[in-house]
Design a protein around this ligand. Structure first.
Ligand code: NAG
Ligand code: NAG
Ligand code: NAG
Ligand code: NAG
Ligand code: NAG
Ligand code: NAG
Ligand code: NAG
Ligand code: NAG
Ligand code: NAG
Ligand code: NAG
Length: 401
């Protein structure tokens, strides 16, 4: 999301592989499991029978932030990577929201992190085709994409990639009146999203938000399943560099009334009552310099922890927001406002999906393939050590440059 100077990060990455050969820590021996058909029970929806009759917006969808940008062998363990496992492995592990940045490279929509010279994860179309295959083989699952349109490309360009990958067939078009559509008559407004079962029955199991589509995109060229993110969602701040700094306030869609914390708190409440769905950003960066920030992998066992009391823990952040947004603090499956979307880095740690299960009131989810440090039992000290060494070493590197 951020745009540090490319030359600096490229230089750092060139130098980094030696020290970063295994940023996941030496104790992890798990290897990536091949994706399998996770729909073991035909009656489970999104890993639980209890979710079938639940409205899409009455579920917390756990998400992988920058899900195409990996810190693994395929990228030489790039420090720009936000995830240890790829997007379809994430889906098999229970992740139901995939976020990524889309850039224009030549004439192609390309998944790149900050810039294509820093981390290039290939064409959007190729990635979508893999996700389409996952949807084919997992017919009872509903997933959400959130794509950041960095180069302000037209809706038709996205539509072409969705068509050519084959995934367009699964695209969900919301009924009119959902979201905050200022250009339509507000009396047609509704806050009722379909249930998972209804999305599964109609086989429109892909909800796609884009931030944002240019307003010049004409209605004829805009596929109806490509949704402008901020017509339907609002987000909490994403630029967090301290585990004590997570909040529940509205950061985007930005407006002049959201530039101080008390008005941003009020703006979150207003957004909820206008039917916008809350997206909780819950990942931390290490600020190496004022301009260069990298994902904080060292603290991730804390960041992604289900703990409801530890500072910076996912469980604590979700609990605080449910209380602030009027949903009660119990974290149970009852009524009230829950984060509909959550984005984390290194989703397998925590594991992050455990917090969503608790909020959703799910016991014993079925059909998941667990990966990586999901148990959260691996030593935090080791990875913290790597993180600290990284900061110190990069400090030296920057002086050199
Ligand atoms: C993730 O990795 C698996 C196993 O290597 C591979 O089959 C799958 O296509 C990959 N998915 C994506 C989205 O790259
Ligand atoms: C996956 O599982 C579902 C539910 O059991 C089944 O209907 C479907 O045919 C399976 N797909 C494949 C490719 O095995
Ligand atoms: C806008 O509202 C009208 C009724 O006033 C409705 O018929 C129409 O479908 C709505 N269009 C959209 C795109 O929401
Ligand atoms: C908003 O309303 C306008 C006018 O009815 C309609 O053309 C447009 O499709 C609507 N947008 C969404 C996201 O519903
Ligand atoms: C919206 O619809 C209501 C009821 O149909 C109507 O009274 C009102 O004038 C409409 N407002 C606008 C701005 O079109
Ligand atoms: C992000 O936060 C850091 C540290 O708080 C700050 O220095 C930087 O200006 C912020 N960047 C953006 C784009 O908000
Ligand atoms: C917030 O925005 C208002 C209106 O644009 C401006 O007058 C005010 O100075 C801003 N406050 C801060 C703290 O940036
Ligand atoms: C924050 O914004 C609100 C609404 O714009 C304003 O009433 C309040 O005075 C502002 N507070 C500060 C500390 O700037
Ligand atoms: C909904 O849209 C209207 C018109 O653009 C805007 O004034 C309002 O702030 C929006 N509400 C939220 C919560 O973003
Ligand atoms: C959300 O789901 C819970 C658990 O099934 C249910 O108790 C609650 O009534 C639902 N809320 C709404 C607004 O439908």
């Amino acid at each position: 999301m951020l745009r540090p100077p490319t030359w600096a990060l490229t230089a750092l990455l060139t130098l980094a592989p030696g020290i970063l050969s295994n940023p996941q820590g030496g104790t992890t021996t798990t290897t990536t499991a091949p994706p399998t058909n996770t729909s073991v029970s035909p009656v489970a929806c999104n890993n639980s029978p209890e979710l079938c009759s639940r409205a899409y917006n009455n579920i917390t969808h756990m998400g992988a932030h920058d899900s195409a940008f990996l810190r693994d062998a395929s990228t030489g363990n790039s420090i720009a990577g936000n995830q240890f496992y790829n997007a379809t492995v994430a889906l098999s592990a229970g992740i139901r929201l995939l976020q990524a940045q889309v850039h224009l490279s030549g004439n192609t929509l390309q998944l790149c992190h900050t810039s294509c010279s820093l981390l290039d994860a290939g064409p959007l179309e190729t990635w979508l085709a893999k996700i389409k295959y996952w949807l084919d083989t997992n017919p009872n699952e509903v997933i959400t994409l959130l794509l950041v349109n960095i180069d302000n490309q037209p809706a038709s360009a996205f539509g072409s990639a969705f068509d050519r990958s084959g995934i367009a067939t699964y695209g969900f078009t919301p009924p009119s009146g959902l979201g905050n559509n200022s250009s339509n008559n507000t009396t047609t407004k509704t806050t009722t999203w379909p249930t998972l079962q209804s999305l599964i029955t109609s086989n429109t199991r892909l909800v796609t938000f884009i931030a944002s589509l240019p307003s010049s995109s004409s209605q004829e060229e805009k596929p109806s399943y490509l949704l402008n993110e901020f017509t339907y969602l609002f987000e909490t701040p994403y630029n967090v560099t301290s585990l004590s700094s997570f909040t529940c306030t509205l950061d985007r869609p930005s407006s002049s009334s959201t530039n101080n914390s008390s008005s941003a708190t009020a703006a979150a409440a207003a957004a909820i009552s206008s039917g916008l769905l809350p997206l909780l950003n819950h990942f931390a960066y290490i600020a190496l310099t004022q301009d260069i920030m990298i994902p904080n992998a060292g603290d991730v066992d804390t960041t992604n922890s289900p703990s409801e009391t530890d500072t910076g823990a996912l469980g604590q952040h979700v609990r605080a927001c449910m209380a602030e947004w009027g949903g009660g603090g119990s974290g149970g499956g009852g009524g009230g406002v829950k984060p509909v979307f959550v984005l984390v880095d290194f989703f397998d740690r925590g594991p992050a999906v455990e917090t969503a299960d608790r909020v959703n009131g799910i016991d014993g989810p079925v059909g998941r393939v667990s990966v990586g440090g999901g148990g959260g039992k691996a030593s935090m000290g080791g990875r913290l050590g790597v993180g600290m060494a990284l900061v110190a070493w990069l400090g030296v590197g920057l002086v050199v440059f």
